[in-house]
Design a protein around this ligand. Structure first.
Ligand code: WQD
Length: 339
């Protein structure tokens, strides 16, 4: 299939581009590079040995988006483009609603006009909000607790209405748990700007000496070692989930949500220890206050993706950490040295 990948220069986008091309699909990338680096796409070509069209376009520029659809004939879209920092979304809600929600509306209008009716959407487990019953299943009510999460809830509802309005649309909503790691080559990986919000890029920056120590946000939760438990999933398993979802929607109609997680929960301390084993580097950390909004435990029931997509996460936490370490130790400052 010929796939337009929005946000294709980002962390999950680049890994999915590699997986798509290795599965025989053709891709074009649309990205405004506001939170990513063109160097990442050069490395995608290096890994796959394939070139592909790149459109430096902002989804809020409807004329430019129209131009992209007029130039190409896409069989499907995988939509990653959007802002994703929970804390930042609380400070800048309008920026998040404009970029994530309005950007998606512009994209969907162009798709409808050009008869592109297959869409895989990058959603998030954050849509489950404060659900306490574990593991999380797709039939739970969705209600986020921050503007970022609410943009994902709103977009899922918009896409559900779009699919209901026309028999032609086939849409997969992929709810990611906690993506970790990097492609085995060590040439692409997560490259957050500034101080990482998430656990594993923070750990890897401590390991390479870019950051002095890891703050552990509380160890007084009701869990075996007192730290929060999450469902960490290798980014290449996540990328494979997108390929499987694409194949599924090429022969169905309607809209379906799928959890992309391993179904296994690990604590913050488990991750620190796995990373130390993978890297041979001792991670300095200090237990600090809890981070507001953190759920004690969150992990997936990924049965539906297994049954309907034929997908299952394969890689272990140790492999996630080994691949993350190879990326970070070879790219201490991410892509930034190559602007
Ligand atoms: C994991 C655990 C922290 C950093 C977030 C978003 C979610 C999704 C994935 C986009 C928690 C602890 C973290 C640190 C720490 N993103 N931690 N010190 O919060 O589960 O999910 O990323 O869709 O929307 O909410 O991931 O990596 O931020 O935190 O102790 O410096 O690590 O308290 O228990 P989270 P995370």
């Amino acid at each position: 299939m010929n796939v337009l990948v929005t946000g294709g220069a980002g962390y999950i986008g680049t890994h999915t581009c590699v997986e798509l091309m290795e599965a025989g699909h053709e891709i074009s990338v649309l990205d405004n590079f506001s939170n990513s680096n063109p160097e990442a796409l050069k490395r995608v070509s290096e890994i796959t040995g394939k070139e592909f069209p790149i459109h430096q376009v902002d989804l809020l520029d409807a004329k430019a988006v129209e131009g992209v659809f007029s130039q190409g004939s896409y069989d499907a879209v995988i939509h990653f483009a959007g802002l994703k920092a929970v804390g930042e979304s609380v400070q800048k809600p309008l920026e998040y609603y404009m970029n994530n929600v309005t950007g998606t509306l512009v994209l969907c209008q162009a798709m409808q006009k050009h008869g592109v009716t297959r869409l895989v959407f990058s959603s998030s487990a954050t849509v489950y909000g404060t659900a306490e019953k574990m593991p999380l299943t797709e039939d739970l009510p969705i209600a986020a607790i921050n503007p970022y999460g609410r943009t994902k809830v709103m977009i899922e509802q918009i896409l559900t209405d779009l699919a209901a309005s026309s028999q032609q649309f086939s849409i997969a909503l992929l709810r990611y748990f906690n993506p970790v790691g990097a492609h085995k080559s060590g040439r692409i990986g997560e490259d957050p700007s500034g101080i990482p919000n998430n656990l594993t890029p923070y750990i890897s920056k401590v390991a390479v000496g870019v950051l002095p120590e890891l703050p552990v946000f509380g160890n007084d939760y009701d869990t075996p070692d007192g730290t929060c438990i999450r469902d960490y999933i290798h980014v290449m398993d996540l990328a494979n989930g997108h390929v499987k979802a694409l194949e599924k929607i090429s022969s169905t109609t309607g809209v379906n949500a799928y959890n992309l997680g391993t179904g296994v929960g690990y604590s913050v301390m488990d991750v620190i220890h796995a990373f130390e084993q993978a890297s041979g580097v001792k991670i300095r950390y200090r237990v600090t206050d809890r981070r507001p909004g953190d759920a004690p435990v969150s992990y997936a029931d990924a049965t539906k993706a297994g049954n309907e997509l034929g997908w299952k996460a394969k890689r272990t936490l140790l492999e996630m950490c080994e691949d993350l370490w190879r990326w970070q130790s070879n790219n201490a400052n991410g892509y930034q040295s190559q602007r």
